[in-house]
Write a protein that binds this ligand. Sequence first.
Ligand SMILES: NC(=O)c1ccc[n+]([C@@H]2O[C@H](COP(=O)([O-])OP(=O)(O)OC[C@H]3O[C@@H](n4cnc5c(N)ncnc54)[C@H](OP(=O)(O)O)[C@@H]3O)[C@@H](O)[C@H]2O)c1
Length: 320
Amino acid sequence: MTQLQITAFGPPSVLKLNPSLDGMPAEGEVRVRICYAAVNPIDAKTRAGLGWAAAENRDKLPWTPGYDMAGVVEALGPGVESLKVGDKVCGMIGFPLQGGAYAESALTPAELLVPLEEVSLKQGAALPLAGLTAWQGLFDHGELKQGQRVLILAGAGGVGHLAVQWARAYGAKVTALASPANHGFLHGIGAERLVDYHDPDWVDQVGQVELVLDLVGGESGKAALGCVASGGRLITVPTITAEAIKQAGSELGIEVRGMLVQPNPKQLAQMLTLLRIDEAQICINREFELADGALAHAAIEAGHTRGKLLLRMPAAGMDE
Ligand SMILES: NC(=O)c1ccc[n+]([C@@H]2O[C@H](COP(=O)([O-])OP(=O)(O)OC[C@H]3O[C@@H](n4cnc5c(N)ncnc54)[C@H](OP(=O)(O)O)[C@@H]3O)[C@@H](O)[C@H]2O)c1
């Protein structure tokens, strides 16, 4: 099998295709023939040598990035009864230190995988990390309640467009921050109010909300503190600037929490149900062949992706 690896920290060109042998699943594991993997900003940050995942992996290069995948179970390790060969599954695998989804096959504990049933392999690959981040940010850390107002920064991105839909499905009132070109898209998936973050007075336009989901960080995250209603909370998701925003919040007496997404097959199954019953859709912006992963990284680093980017493996062609 072939995998796309980070050979050294640097620009997208450090990503190289390398051959490897398919692994044999150990106790409790399965081997999945991957059809699609999703590209997340953390993959590009790690490749560039930034953030905690790069720090943890600097002695392990070449390293195969990728945490999101969908594919077909092709071998079972001893003791696996929850899945069978031929099942179509998706999951968030190898998080945070192992990675491994930028590959034609991967070994993973069966317990991390969820059957797709009628959900497509593409949607299944695009969902896990972004969907779980949105879900955990809104509900586990943000403790969003029905009828509350929530502001979502970067509403059109991979995490943001799912956060808009989870919050709307839960009965919250959603304001999203995005470029004007994304306003129609976001309105169509349930954002009640759209504000352009290029307007210098965007904080005043938003007004007060009970919860801010900050998917941008830095100065935008700090500015969004001005939108938090008394007793409200801001969840800042980019880890690199989280401490600075927590500090700024504490100076203003506003509760700020950082977070790190966790694999959670139960929540993943709930999100798949929402896709299955058409309560939500994932926007697949673009697909790249595995060999063109460097182009996918350049695209995600440009910072204006609407929805998700996918890497397509040869097995995708056999399936669809
Ligand atoms: N802590 C964790 O566990 C965790 C998990 C997942 C993601 N993250 C982090 O969360 C962030 C978002 O992830 P993602 O996958 O959603 O990223 P993404 O898909 O790359 O986000 C792209 C979106 O960002 C918007 N954007 C860019 N600059 C903006 C600004 N100044 N204000 C508002 N929106 C802006 C763009 O909107 P326009 O095109 O409309 O400009 C675009 O739609 C990343 O930093 C990622 O690393 C952290």
